[in-house]
Design a protein around this ligand. Structure first.
Ligand code: FAD
Length: 492
């Protein structure tokens, strides 16, 4: 039986909450996960509409080894729980002039296709992708796999090497500027610029350090879990259960109880429970504002600009489109304008880039025969009080017009069911502050240092894990966050 100081509560069953619970259970902790919703996963969940299945949020999986690591750690065989396959080409990109670019893995194949399509020298593309890999390896050792808020993190050989090579990260240049220096073709610049959207930032403001992301997709590959993205959640919950983690659903945590700068428990909608170790997987902004009202807030961190959000249309389409793949992009021709409207005006450009994900291309049971489940997503600002009904109405019209123009169809005739997620829905469903997808935005060069640490420096027993704290959002980083948090707890 674990002692009392090995008895802990995790608030929230997002991917990082579940992964933290697994890691702590593996270290011998008795873990209970409290979730306000009736099912686990947070943003990584699913919805069903009239015989169609949709992943609710995340659709793109890279670095699946972060998931595998959890099974290995627990002495289990991954394939007994979770299976995934490479998707190649990873994405198909559609342009207004009728051209289509397919982005392949691995790097050599990508370069061969890209050189022909964008008419840029092979050498420039190869140099860019080599630099992308270097950036990834440098940031992985320093910024992604350790706490930035513990002195010991800076003492390892890998960290020292990262600092010595800091210049290679191009932190003082924007991503767009770095791409313009390297390439002439506007379409190739736009292609590489888009990777900043993977953490909710603008290529015209975010540092060129984010140039590490193309390596993840092109160099290491895009993957798709059998049964859809939601199977990541179900597989990890099964593992957690097998490791003895207890899940309590439909229970909103209302307060983290603190006495004399020590955690003493949590207060939920159904009672008070004693714990001297609590890990919040809830958005850190709301953790302070809703659960820790009497604690001094780290305002500088909490009030950083938030990442943008999205509007998702889940459409049941009673037709099939052979020209489309699992991941498709329909480009806006005015990318800079699109981000200006999004980031500066907090609105949506009238010809936005459309991301179209169709999982029935991989899992035929996700839609009835001859039909497709379309997840249609547009970048949208986080909530600052916009008129969302009007915005959604306008966006829907613009998106349909663009799809009809590019795919030469009349898509409205084939939509036989629909649901819509807006920043407001996201906020209500997962308590994500302002409906932001990734917590604080990564537009600043100091963004890595302006995320909340994985622990509270003044309150004993209080820890944080998830997309709104270090090292950031997205499934791979959330899993790294869980690892960092559990390692800090283990070392405490
Ligand atoms: P969340 O998923 O935010 O979960 C937090 C959980 O805590 C929720 O279940 C919530 O109900 C619960 N909770 C909150 N407060 C309380 C409380 N007081 N009491 C009890 N329970 C509480 N990432 C990718 O890697 N690839 C993608 O393609 C991708 N696309 C995305 C598309 C969309 C539309 C969205 C919304 C996100 C996308 N992301 C993507 C980002 C990714 O989903 C998130 O970074 C990640 O899932 C966040 O996980 P988390 O562990 O931080 O917690």
């Amino acid at each position: 039986m674990p002692s009392d100081n090995k008895n802990c509560a995790v608030i929230g069953s997002g991917i990082a909450g579940i992964a933290t619970a697994i890691r702590l259970a593996q270290k011998g902790y008795k873990v209970t996960v409290y979730e306000k919703n009736s099912s686990p996963g947070g943003k990584l969940t699913q919805i069903k509409i009239n015989g169609y299945r949709f992943d609710f949020g995340p659709s793109l999986l890279t670095l699946p080894e972060n998931i595998e690591e959890l099974f290995t750690l627990c002495g289990k065989k991954t394939t007994d729980y979770f299976k995934y396959n490479l998707v190649n080409p990873g994405h198909r990109y559609f342009y207004e002039d009728g051209k289509i670019f397919s982005a392949y893995h691995p790097t050599d194949k990508f370069i061969e296709e890209a050189q022909l399509f964008f008419n840029e020298p092979t050498l420039s593309i190869r140099k860019y992708l080599n630099d992308s890999e270097k950036k990834y390896l440098l940031t992985k050792d320093m910024f992604l796999s350790k706490s930035l808020h513990k002195f010991r993190s800076y003492l390892s050989k890998a960290s020292i090497l990262s600092f010595l090579n800091f210049r290679k990260l191009e932190s003082f240049k924007t991503l767009d500027k770095s791409h313009r220096r390297r390439f002439k073709n506007k379409k190739l610049i736009q292609y590489f610029n888009r990777f900043s959207t993977y953490n909710g930032s603008s290529p015209y403001r975010a540092p060129a350090t984010l140039g590490l992301i193309p390596h993840l997709e092109i160099g290491l590959g895009v993957y798709y879990p059998e049964g859809g993205m939601y199977s990541i959640t179900t597989a990890l919950v099964k593992l957690a259960n097998d490791m003895g983690v207890r899940f309590v659903f439909n229970q909103l945590v209302e307060e983290i109880c603190i006495t004399d700068r020590k955690v003493t428990g949590i207060k939920t909608s159904q009672g008070i429970y004693d714990y001297n170790l609590v890990i919040s997987n809830m958005d850190v902004y709301y953790t302070y504002h809703k659960l820790l009202p009497f604690i001094k807030k780290p305002d500088r961190i909490l009030n950083q600009e938030k990442s943008y959000s999205g509007i998702v249309f889940y459409w049941c389409i009673n037709k099939s489109f052979p020209e489309l793949a699992l991941h498709n992009i329909l480009w806006s021709e005015e990318y800079e304008k699109e981000f200006d409207v999004l980031v500066n005006k907090k609105l949506i450009y009238n010809d936005p880039t459309i991301y179209l994900n169709i999982t029935s291309k991989q899992t035929s049971t996700d839609a009835p025969e001859g039909c497709e489940n379309w997840f249609v997503m547009i970048n949208a600002p986080h909530d600052t009080g916009q008129d969302w009904d009007k915005l959604v109405q306008d966006v829907r019209t613009n998106v349909i017009t663009k799809i009809n123009r590019i795919l030469k169809t009349n898509i409205e005739n084939f939509i036989e069911g629909e649901e819509i997620t807006t920043p407001i829905v996201l906020q209500q469903k997962t308590l994500s502050a302002f409906g932001a997808l990734y917590g604080n935005s990564s537009n600043s060069k100091f963004a890595s240092f302006l995320r909340h640490p994985n622990f509270h420096s003044k309150i004993k027993g209080l820890y944080f894990s998830g997309g709104t704290v270090h090292p950031g959002g997205g499934i791979p980083l959330c899993l790294m966050s869980a690892k960092i948090t559990s390692e800090i707890i283990g070392a405490a």
